[in-house]
Design a protein around this ligand. Structure first.
Ligand SMILES: [Zn+2]
Length: 510
């Protein structure tokens, strides 16, 4: 996801306090039959939730603003109890299949209203845990499940959703759309979108890519979204097959710049101009189909595995298309964003121990420091090993969840240098390295020390030094094992200057 309207996002702080991971139950299938109307914003939902539990209850997070008519299993009425945003359903066995019948006007999560042209639209917008305002789910990224949406809506609308399009039927004034996912996805990216769209196929095989746009923006939006196949082809080359049944790119009222809903990406309705200005946004959201949606973080404190990865992969896409200078420019902007955030919140770290409110994680560290961590590993171990490891990490955890330590383990395996020790200060400490170099030229040798002057841990990244000779500057690599690291090079003449990290391979403090 990309932030767009920070102020709007902050409004949700008060009521998006985190739901904790629930290890006693595992939901593997949701089915939602949703009826929408033009005469009211109230929705009616018949849901089915299938899973297992080690206790004699199921816990779901459907918000209190939704009125529950009844909950049943095999046509037997079940007892339930609603406390705060949790519904506790008593069940007789460890395997469960429960049906929840509920109705109401969603307070959030499914945004029913008017788009920028004043046309009525319905758009799911769940991140981080706002699915609970309209879906009877356990609203935590660790509990992924397959999902099926059956949506009944006035027939003038087109309905988009996750997964495979199964069928559309029309009866009288109502059309029913049916979608179903082949793979488990997190609740944060389960979605429907309902509007009067113009649609266009932009790729037929090996999987379908379609664009859905407002009729008024037909020409510019269809043009902007038409680059999607280039982006998916690029990431398939890097990471392996596109992970879902199809890809829809959808103009929407999401409060974010873009929202990576699995196989059904929503973009801010204002982000189209017919000039491909949103290319990096499209690359970011498509990168999330691999990192975030398929390999998902185990908990909110590991959000960088989603946002840092999508940000870096977006930048790598831009590098491959527009050249290395573009990557340098983007990483430089990312550095400024990290330094600004560090200045504002000097005690924060990339991966905190615990997160009470996931909105806090929408910060420069999750996006930009996360991207920098990947960039620095790439600089350290080289492109071949880096991109192989990235692919291995994805392959190992696809359609599942991973934590930061899973990431560290993958990158540490089979690699000579201790990548774990190298990575930990970047991930768990609030410091960045500051370098000073002291040197002299004597008897045909340049010698000296690279001194790390920051408080806190040693940073083990190799440091390059540029020996600035008048005609041909020379770059030398120094392996670091101490905060006061000595070096010595043969040198026939006196360098004018020595520059530390001339290519900006390291995220340095000012
Ligand atoms: Zn993102």
């Amino acid at each position: 996801m990309l932030k767009s309207f920070i102020l709007t996002v902050l409004i949700f702080i008060t009521y998006s306090i985190s739901i904790a991971q629930n290890k006693s139950q595992d939901i593997y299938n949701y089915k939602f039959n949703i009826t929408l109307s033009d005469s009211t914003d109230s929705i009616y939902v018949e849901s089915e939730v299938i899973g297992v539990t080690t206790e004699n209850k199921v816990v779901l997070n459907l918000d209190n603003s939704m009125y529950i008519d009844s909950i049943t299993s095999n046509n037997q009425i079940l007892d339930f109890n609603r406390i705060s945003d949790s519904t506790y359903i008593s069940i007789p066995s460890d395997k469960f299949s429960v049906n929840i019948f509920y109705r109401g006007i969603p307070k959030d999560g499914l945004i029913i209203g008017k788009n920028k042209y004043g046309d009525r639209t319905f758009f799911g917008d769940n991140w981080p845990n706002r699915a609970k305002y309209w879906l009877s789910v356990y609203d935590h990224p660790s509990d992924k499940a397959k999902v099926e949406f059956i949506v009944n809506a006035p027939k003038r609308y087109t309905v988009v959703s996750n997964g495979k399009f199964i069928k559309k039927t029309t009866s009288g004034l109502i059309s029913t759309y049916h979608y179903s996912t082949t793979h488990e996805i997190p609740t944060k990216v389960m979605v429907i979108g309902v509007a009067e769209f113009i649609q266009k196929i932009v790729q037929k095989s090996p999987f379908k890519i379609k664009s859905f746009v407002y009729p008024q923006d037909k020409y510019i939006a269809l043009k902007d979204y038409s680059i999607a196949p280039q982006v998916t082809t690029f990431f398939e080359g890097m990471l392996g097959r596109y992970p879902f049944d199809k890809l829809y790119n959808v103009q929407s009222t999401t409060q974010y710049g873009g929202m990576e809903n699995a196989g059904c990406i929503f973009y801010d309705e204002h982000s189209v101009d017919g000039k491909y200005t949103n290319e990096s946004l499209i690359a970011h959201e498509i990168a999330h189909q691999w990192f975030g949606n398929t390999l998902s973080e185990t908990d909110w404190n590991h959000l960088w595995l989603s946002e840092g990865f999508a940000t870096y992969l977006e930048n790598v896409y831009m590098e491959k298309k527009y050249g290395e200078d573009t990557l340098i420019y983007l990483m430089d902007n990312a550095r400024l964003s990290v330094l600004k955030y560090k200045n504002e919140y000097p005690n924060r770290v990339l991966v905190p121990e615990k997160v009470n409110n996931p909105i806090i994680m929408l910060n420069a560290y999750s996006y930009h420091k996360g991207a920098w961590v990947l960039h620095m590993i790439r600089n350290e171990i080289g492109d071949d090993v880096f991109f192989k490891k990235l692919k291995d990490f994805y392959s190992k955890y696809k359609y599942s969840n991973a934590s930061t330590s899973d990431f560290i383990d993958m990158f540490s395996k089979d690699y000579g240098k201790d990548i774990k020790l190298l990575l930990e200060p970047w991930i768990y400490s609030n410091f960045l390295p500051k370098y000073e170099v002291k040197w002299k030229f004597e008897k045909g040798k340049v010698s000296g020390n690279i001194i790390q002057t920051q408080e806190g841990s040693l940073f083990l990244n190799n440091v390059y030094l540029l020996l600035d000779y008048p005609n041909t500057p020379v770059t030398k690599k120094v392996s670091i094992s101490s905060k006061n690291q000595s070096f010595e090079f043969e040198s026939s003449t006196f360098p004018l200057n020595i520059v530390v990290d001339p290519h900006n391979y390291i995220l340095k403090d000012e």
